[in-house]
Write a protein that binds this ligand. Structure first.
Ligand code: MSP
Length: 541
């Protein structure tokens, strides 16, 4: 037998150690332009993806657009264009630009009108049909075009105002439509017991716990078979064995997570990436935690690793939405505050998993107190003192005092704690943990008074130790905060001279951010532009 050279074996091991992490956002309906509720889903997923990527996990981040179905067809018709023309217009003018507006690091962007997707969906459907999971039947029920869903009784309410006397959707408050058709059905009811066993065996499959409980209660009530085709319009993927039907838009859309990574076309890529972690808003939890795993079980594919349901951004106590005219465009915020502040604010101010209200006052207050005064000032003060007292190089640390050790140990403990929070999707807790280091470093500068030490030549070594410690703290913060505020941390990284000394910021192993004295003494530093400039608000003018 041929013996492999040692280096090759080691490389192989290293590759195996890189845990696969495939994370997805929902794909967005292209009937309208994005608002900050959509951007919220994107940013949360992006922070998780960046954290894992920077930690060395074999990360793949997928997002995209959901373009078929009645909702898009009606919008296009109302605007006098074909649905494909409408989708192209919205994707190019609104949804792809959103990626830049909020600085999203997706590896792929799938559109359900991509050939790769349409072909994968056809293969999946054909397999389920051949294996006896699909049958033809008659159907009559109330449909909400806003949800693209036949509504269960619990979500049908009496209309008010203009819709008095009609049945309306509890989410959209718009009238439901009675649909009566011959449809193909997926035998979802057959998977009820297996789904319940899944939730039981893997308590972290649906998170948070409130979402898991809701899903279990729903499935326990009993599952019906799912209508998966439509004949009254043709904007969708044809059913492969009966082209007079198009595929139900949710059945089509859920499959994006599989077709994007090569389901039915690239087995190697699929095996490398799958299963996924899905981040979704709570309104679409059931599709992801019930229908989707049932579809996968039927096809003999592993179910996702996790389905995490986050809360809603509320306006006046209701879900922010374009149709209710409460949507705020993401660039209304980023034009003034920048993408870093957008990302930081929503991730920090709202407990991930719960609803939260957006307010301009809260955003402005946190920007000033936490980003500008807390973090930005810390960075500029420390670099300015390095410039003034040490000619803009990293000072050489001397004997470590208790205070210095406390900072070093805190950097280590917040790194471990933040990583554990990210593992459990508590993004807000991870940031709060890292911020303990920001606050501690500010307190350290105040208590150590480097400006006073600088007045006394005998204290030169102590001054060097204090500033070396504070600068190492900034180095750790740049690494830890990079997934949340990529632009500001990159500027800081360059100013610290770390780009030259340690390499690209995105390549720094995040879980080792607490390791100390990584910036070599003597590393040249560069001037730092103000990270979070003062915002002129109406009151401050
Ligand atoms: N197209 C479907 C998803 C298909 S996934 C296979 C869809 N699209 S959507 O554009 O309506 O919503 C996309 C995501 O944005 C959902 O996770 C939804 O919860 C989220 N949000 C839309 N409005 C929101 C808020 N006001 N707040 C937070 N997230 C919200 O559903």
């Amino acid at each position: 037998m041929e013996i492999m050279p040692e280096s090759l074996t080691r490389d192989e091991n290293a590759a195996n150690d890189n845990k696969s992490f495939f994370i997805t956002t929902p794909i967005f309906y292209v009937n309208d332009a994005p608002h900050i509720g959509h951007a919220y889903t994107e940013v949360a997923t992006d922070v998780l993806a960046r954290w894992h990527r920077q930690s060395g996990d074999d990360t793949w981040f997928l997002t995209g657009t959901d373009e078929h179905g009645q909702k898009i067809l009606r919008t296009a018709t109302a605007n006098g264009v074909t649905p494909k023309e409408w989708a192209d217009r919205l994707v190019e003018s609104a949804w792809r630009p959103l990626i830049d507006t909020i600085n999203i690091s997706n590896d792929d962007f799938i559109r359900t009108t991509d050939a790769r997707h349409e072909e994968g969906v056809a293969k999946f459907l054909q397999k389920l049909y051949d294996d006896g999971h699909i049958y033809a039947g008659e159907f009559e029920a109330l449909y909400c075009v806003g949800c693209e869903e036949f509504k269960p009784k619990s979500e049908i309410v009496d209309g008010t105002g203009a819709f008095e006397g009609e049945k309306v959707c509890a989410i959209h408050s718009k009238p439901l439509e009675l649909l009566q058709e011959k449809n193909y059905f997926f035998k979802m009811s057959a998977f009820q017991d297996r789904l319940l066993a899944l939730y039981e065996a893997r308590p972290d499959f649906v998170q948070p716990a409130s979402a898991r409980n809701e899903v279990i209660a729903f499935v326990q009530q009993g599952l019906e078979d799912l209508s998966i085709s439509r004949t009254s319009f043709d904007w969708g993927i044809p059913i492969p064995w009966d082209s007079s039907h198009v595929t139900y838009v949710w059945f089509d859309a859920l499959l994006n997570y599989a077709t994007a990574i090569g389901y039915g076309s690239d087995n190697e890529q699929f095996a490398r990436r799958w299963p996924a972690t899905h981040i979704v808003g709570k309104d679409i939890l059931r599709f992801h935690a019930v229908i989707w795993p049932a579809m996968l079980m039927a096809a003999g594919v592993a179910v996702p690793d996790h389905v995490y349901a986050h809360g809603w951004l509320l306006v006046g106590g209701e879900k922010m939405s374009k149709s209710k005219l409460t949507g705020i465009a993401p660039n209304e915020i980023t034009d003034t505050f920048g993408s870093d502040a957008f990302r930081y604010y929503f991730m920090r101010a709202i407990s991930f998993g719960q609803d939260g209200s957006f307010s301009w006052e809260d955003l402005a207050a946190r920007y000033q107190a936490e980003l500008a005064n807390g973090f930005g000032n810390l960075a500029s003060r420390v670099l300015a003192m390095n410039a003034k007292y040490f000619g803009s190089v990293q000072p050489e640390a001397g004997v470590e005092s208790d205070e210095d050790r406390a900072i070093r140990e805190l950097a280590d403990s917040v790194t471990a704690a933040a990583d554990a929070h990210i593992e459990s999707f508590a993004v807000h807790e991870a940031i709060a943990e890292i911020w303990k280091l920001v606050d501690a470093l500010n307190g350290y500068i105040t208590s150590q008074e480097p400006w006073a030490l600088a007045k006394n030549e005998d204290q030169r070594e102590r001054l060097a130790t204090v500033l070396a410690t504070a600068t190492e703290g900034l180095r750790a913060l740049a690494e830890l905060l990079h997934p949340v505020i990529p632009l500001a941390t990159q500027k800081l990284w360059v100013a610290l001279g770390a780009e030259e000394a340690l390499g690209a910021l995105a390549d720094q192993p995040l879980r080792a951010a607490g390791n100390w004295n990584r910036l070599p003494a003597g590393t040249p530093q560069q001037p730092l532009a103000v990270l979070f400039p003062r915002i002129e608000t109406d009151e401050s003018k």
